[in-house]
Design a protein around this ligand. Sequence first.
Ligand code: GRF
Length: 221
Amino acid sequence: MPINENFLLCPDMDSLPRIDPPLRIGVMASGNGSNFEALVESTLSSSLNAKVELLVVNNECCFAIDRAKRLGIKYLLHDHRDYVSRHELDKALIQSFKEFEIECIVMAGWMRVVTPTLINSFNNRIINIHPSILPSFPGLNAIDKALAFGVKVTGCTVHIVSAEVDSGPILAQAVVPIFEHDNKQSLRRRIQEQEHKILPIGVAVAAERWRLEDLSRDNMC
Ligand code: GRF
């Protein structure tokens, strides 16, 4: 895999085949939503042949909602506190995404663990972005952990979601150096700059595989 001068460990978007037909994406977010917006922007600029059809949030105060309103993307609230279990929440998510004919879900800062019910129902076509170079520092507080450990580089990873948290097949990564003067805010800012670049690329890498899978399945029928 090429490493370019920005330390992106993934192909250039231009080198990937155009997704055909366009991918119908649903996004799940719990907070700020900057990755959600970066993904939408990449679809609007046509660098990613996809459409973000729906945003689902689990928190009515999250800023991702403001972004969705500004970008003209439909959004739904599924507050996890309204469901008796993760399983029940995931069943409701499945119903909403199926209504919007979503093919692929992107977890862009979704701060809940998803169940195999959701993963299986989307045929493993769920993508997550995580602020470390996996498999280092999975789980919560990855940036704090990198600073506390004293590593000299960290970064971010786009990967397919599997039942174990932050552990599925890797689609794209970017490396971010840690400087002496870094604190959590400065490091997070630089990691997020890279996240916004590699999230659309990771989606395109996965979509290329899925379109080939779909083609070979159609040919077998
Ligand atoms: C990102 O750092 C992502 O890696 C993690 O949650 C954060 C979400 O940020 N999973 P934002 O809400 O997209 O700004």
